[in-house]
Design a protein around this ligand. Structure first.
Ligand code: NDP
Ligand code: MG
Length: 379
């Protein structure tokens, strides 16, 4: 019996993970964690009966405790609660689907506790890949990608451990503003940016897809997960989102994973790797699809992607500065405080203003995050 700790259980990936769990007989939920949505969390506790439930917000955690007094669950809160959920003794795997850099510490602690990690929270690898990957090696735990592109790459690598790859073809839908130029994006409204053509996701990643910052974060995620050089990772805009990504081997063979867009597939693959199990998702109908198209990304309009490559090249703290500035800028855009095109401007400003450090510790990463927030606040 597999036992899962699920961080970010009330979100888009979290609820789809529980949908997968619901349809399988041999997996149980040991711990759940979320930010503040205790209505959804309460329903999840009643259905999946975890031992521990962590709610970041202390007041909401107290309220949840009262509401679930009839159950044997232990309610915890804050960072210590999130870490408790991550290292929960009964769990053998942690699926981390919280949004943002908050995922770094619980992931490191879970690895230290010997748990395999199913990773949706890409911000963790972007900022702390240099700590996470060697630690996973040292503790002999698996890091299994949940992000659809990285799952596709991982699936395309199976059975090829002795073969060298030439490059990774990282596909991107291009988001809702594909084909637009900067002048067309001056008056973008929040609701326009939240309208993703192919995927229904949480709000932050949906905005990241509209700016293509998401693809930039995914380039860095791929670099850490698969140990390649940056120039081996090629972003390919493929609006139909059918090829979820591919790998090119040294003989020129390109192996890809295709399918209809459904996150439950990469989630289920990570949970039960290396097994494939039935899934009631819509099968890919190539005749209905009729054509697939490809284009190069427009890095001038979608400057966030160019800045991500720059941050990745500089390494050290720069990916953290890039990511933290983006997290804050996206929150401000969602609150109606800045314009869409100011998101990359703010990232660029933070990358220029804050000093880089090589090989940062967790504390330095968290300090750089705070410095980026402070800088943006004072702007
Ligand atoms: P959502 O916004 O839908 O969900 C985020 C989850 O994190 C919620 O459960 C939320 O709880 C929880 N959370 C937020 N803050 C905290 C906190 N301080 N402590 C504990 N839990 C917290 O995001 P998504 O599911 O879309 O994305 C999650 C991660 O997965 C992101 O890193 C994203 O980039 C990645 N990802 C998502 C994909 C998708 O299809 N959605 C695809 C690939 C990657 P609450 O509801 O209470 O606020
Ligand atoms: Mg993705």
């Amino acid at each position: 019996m597999r036992k899962l700790s699920l961080l970010g259980s009330t979100g888009s990936i979290g609820t789809q993970t529980l949908d997968v769990v619901r349809h399988q007989q041999d997996i149980e939920v040991a711990a759940l964690a979320a930010g503040s949505n205790i209505d959804r969390m309460e329903a999840q506790i009643r259905e999946f009966k975890p031992e521990i439930a962590a709610v970041w917000d202390e007041a909401r955690a107290k309220e949840l405790k009262i509401r679930t007094a009839d159950l044997p669950v232990r309610i915890v809160s804050g960072m210590s609660g999130l870490i408790e959920a991550a290292v929960c003794e009964e769990a053998d795997m942690v699926l981390t689907a919280v949004v943002g850099m908050i995922g770094i510490q619980p992931t490191l602690e879970a690895i230290r506790a010997g748990k395999d990690i199913a990773l949706a929270n890409k911000e963790t690898l972007v900022c702390a890949g240099h700590l996470i990957m060697p630690m996973a090696d040292a503790y002999n735990v698996k890091i299994l990608p949940v992000d659809s592109e990285h799952s596709a790459i991982f699936q395309s690598l199976q059975g090829n451990s002795c073969n060298k790859i030439r490059k990774i073809l990282l596909t991107a839908s291009g988001g809702p503003f594909r084909g637009k130029k900067k002048k067309d994006l001056e008056h973008v409204r929040v609701e326009d940016a939240l309208r993703h053509p192919n995927w229904v996701m949480g709000r932050k990643i949906t905005i990241d897809s509209a700016t293509m910052v998401n693809k930039g974060l995914e380039v860095m995620e791929a670099k850490w997960l698969f140990g390649t050089d940056l120039d081996q990772i090629q972003v390919v805009v493929h609006p139909q989102s059918v090829i979820h990504s591919a790998v090119e081997y040294q003989d020129g063979a390109v192996i890809a994973q295709l399918g209809t867009p459904d996150m439950r597939l990469p989630i289920q693959y990570a949970l039960f790797y290396p097994q494939r199990r039935p899934l009631d998702s819509e099968p890919l109908d190539l005749f209905k699809l009729s054509s697939m198209t490809f284009e190069a990304p427009d890095m001038e309009t979608f400057e966030g992607l160019a800045l991500a490559y720059k941050a990745a090249e500089q390494g050290g703290l720069m990916p953290t500065i890039f990511n933290a500035a983006n997290e804050r800028a996206v929150a401000m855009f969602l609150d109606g405080k800045i314009r869409f095109l100011e998101i990359p401007e703010i990232i660029n400003m933070a990358m220029k203003a804050i000093k880089n450090e090589n090989n940062p510790t967790v504390d330095q990463i968290l300090e750089a995050e705070a410095a980026a927030y402070e800088l943006i606040e004072s702007r």
